[in-house]
Write a protein that binds this ligand. Structure first.
Ligand SMILES: NC(=O)c1ccc[n+]([C@@H]2O[C@H](COP(=O)([O-])OP(=O)(O)OC[C@H]3O[C@@H](n4cnc5c(N)ncnc54)[C@H](OP(=O)(O)O)[C@@H]3O)[C@@H](O)[C@H]2O)c1
Length: 285
């Protein structure tokens, strides 16, 4: 199947394109012949993308009004037809469950779930009109298994999995196809941004988990030292391309070996054994 045949003039919206997976997705899909509209949060990032020939608009997922404005702008830009929405933008809020404040948890859900849901429902009429629209939600291996110190992020991605699975069932009789992408560790700004969220929101000196936190902050600071299993944003692009091109996209796409291994463990191991494994992996961080 040639790229041109499938991607010609097809319009794709990619959220969170200032860095990491979203930036790679936006630029690569443009190279594969799609017309891409990216979203970022600052005019500085807009200008950076403009220099690369990538049109963009401002979207702050935590702000309902910003999402409403972005939906309107996309409707105007698209002229009533949108092929695909790639919900990539998100962040991780690390911290033990008992140290996460209500407001930090609400913020995590505002970005990773509520904003994503609002954008998706606002763009569904356009996706339906395409006669074969696609929704791709970037989840995580942490949408499949829990890790210690990741409760807020885990919960937001589990919720995204649930909402996406339901949406796929509900849209079965339409032409819109819905999939989840499940990356393991990928080289990006994710850990750097998570460390910032940790420093902003966790009062770690007062925590009974403060000794573990020294390890965790070390892990997040070491984002330039990937593990042998760390993948690249392009590994995600390959799965997204399959979703966009296939007449029958898969409900879930795994990316990186850790996702395959942990998803298999979740299916096969009794809960206590899985817990022991996840505790061990969490302690290694
Ligand atoms: N990297 C990994 O190891 C990994 C593993 C599994 C899943 N994922 C998932 O992959 C996706 C992309 O993450 P990444 O690894 O590429 O991380 P990243 O480099 O930190 O990129 C995240 C993107 O989301 C945007 N974003 C964050 N908060 C936002 C908000 N409130 N409103 C709108 N946009 C916002 C960021 O914008 P700013 O630059 O303005 O903050 C950035 O463009 C996420 O859904 C993440 O959960 C990543």
């Amino acid at each position: 199947m040639s790229n041109g045949q499938h991607s010609e003039k097809k319009l794709v919206v990619v959220t969170g394109a200032s860095s990491g997976i979203g930036k790679e997705l936006a630029l690569s899909l443009q190279q594969y012949g799609y017309t891409v509209l990216a979203t970022v949060r600052t005019t500085k990032d807009q200008q950076a993308l403009e220099k690369l020939g990538m049109p963009s608009l401002i979207l702050e997922l935590a702000d309902e009004h910003s999402v409403t404005l972005a939906i309107k702008a996309i409707h105007q830009h698209c002229g009533n037809q949108l092929y695909a929405l790639i919900n990539n933008a998100a962040y991780g809020q690390p911290g033990a469950v008992e140290d996460i404040s209500r407001s930090a948890l609400e913020q995590q859900f505002a970005v990773n779930l509520f904003g994503t849901h609002q954008l998706t429902t606002g763009l569904l009429p356009l996706l339906r009109q395409d006669g074969g629209g696609r929704i791709v939600n970037i989840s995580s291996v942490l949408g499949l298994v829990a890790f210690p110190w990741q409760g807020a992020y885990n919960a937001s991605k589990y919720a995204l999995e649930g909402l996406t699975d339901t949406l796929r069932l509900e849209l079965h009789d339409s032409a819109v196809r819905v999939s989840l992408i499940e990356p393991g560790p990928i080289r990006s700004q994710f850990r750097h941004n998570a460390l910032q969220a940790f420093n902003n929101d966790i009062d770690w000196q007062q925590s009974s988990h403060r000794h573990q936190y020294q390890k965790i902050t070390g892990y997040y600071s070491a984002s330039d030292h990937p593990t042998p299993f760390t993948g690249t944003p392009h590994d995600v692009v390959k799965r997204v391309l399959h979703q966009l091109r296939s007449p029958r996209p898969q409900p879930r796409y795994f990316v990186t070996l850790p996702t395959y291994i942990l998803a298999t463990c979740r299916r096969l191991l009794p809960a206590r054994l899985l817990d022991a494994l996840l505790r061990k992996l969490g302690a290694m961080r």
